[in-house]
Design a protein around this ligand. Structure first.
Ligand code: AMP
Length: 282
């Protein structure tokens, strides 16, 4: 297992693998890796001969008041986790390697990015689409792995790959949770012990929503209403959104009459956490 910092080194290594007829999987991450990331690396290791993990806190996807500077980092621990899960190469560029002086080309998307997280994070998906396009161009993987934890991101990237005819198979992987239900996230490290307890309302609300859908509830407002009531009962929680949307278009639907995504974003103190379920998975 090797860590490289330049685009040239990644290209050289991937070319060598491809010349040997090997397949390559890519797992894009922002580092501070946990079992959620590990599940993506495992899936790539299972499906491909070689796995590249990118480890890059992408400044472009953070808004001016967001947590770019405080985002946790630990390259040594990340390298050990990647190695333990069968990854072959970490690409950990500095921001200047990805965005040289005068950088001025962007990949942007309408519609899907104008709902859910796009509303409170207006520059986020432009940053995500741009960096993921760059990573796809740099690594040229056969497959790329994304977590359903970031469900809108997965839908946006699927749409981008389709719109722009990128020849890459996307694999969506299930949400990995802590033993008590909280979805694993690098941002969970921001939580104080008291906030960590309060953060359980997210998964509790998700499990309640799943239960209602499993029981045959078709009225979106009935599902989201029950979830909101649960979250509002927690004093440290502040709802950004609790919504039921069409799983492909991310537009809100009044009735669950097609594959849908139920997604929530909740502030616990200053930390914004997300969770979700797809109605197809309940
Ligand atoms: P991040 O480093 O937070 O940008 O995440 C990198 C990738 O890991 C994204 O595709 C995420 O959806 C995925 N991921 C993060 N947390 C989880 C989790 N708890 N379960 C599954 N995938 C996850």
């Amino acid at each position: 297992m090797k860590t490289v910092k330049t685009i040239e080194e990644v290209r050289r290594q991937v070319k060598e693998w491809k010349a040997q007829g090997l397949t390559v999987g890519l797992v894009p991450t922002m580092g501070y890796l946990h079992e959620g990331h590990a599940s993506l690396i495992d899936a790539s290791h299972r499906d491909n001969d070689r796995t590249v993990v990118s480890d890059f806190v992408n400044p472009m996807q953070f808004g001016p008041t967001e947590d770019l500077d405080s985002y946790p980092r630990d390259m040594e621990r990340d390298a050990a986790l990647v190695e333990a899960h069968g990854g072959d190469l970490i690409f950990a560029p500095e921001p200047e390697e990805m965005y040289h002086d005068g950088f001025s080309s962007f990949v942007d998307m309408t519609v899907l990015t104008e709902e859910l997280c796009g509303l409170s994070r207006p520059v986020h998906f432009r940053g995500v689409c741009t960096v993921v396009s760059k990573l796809f161009n740099i690594v040229q993987p056969d497959r790329a792995y994304f977590g359903k934890k970031d469900a809108q991101q997965l839908a946006v990237i699927r749409h981008m790959v389709d719109d722009l005819n990128m020849d890459i198979e996307l694999v969506g992987c299930p949400i990995v949770r802590e033993a008590d239900g909280l979805a694993k996230s690098s941002r969970n490290t921001y939580l104080s012990p008291e906030e960590r307890k309060a953060a359980l309302v997210l998964s509790k609300a998700i499990f309640r929503g799943m239960e209602l859908v499993r029981g045959g509830e078709k009225d979106s407002a009935a599902v989201t209403g029950a979830m909101k009531a649960l979250i509002e009962a927690e004093p440290l929680a502040r709802i950004d959104y609790v919504k039921l949307v069409d799983a492909a278009t991310m537009q809100q639907i009044p009735t669950i009459d097609r594959p849908a995504l139920c997604a929530i974003a909740v502030y616990i103190g200053k930390t914004r956490l997300i969770d979700n379920f797809f109605t197809e998975d309940v």
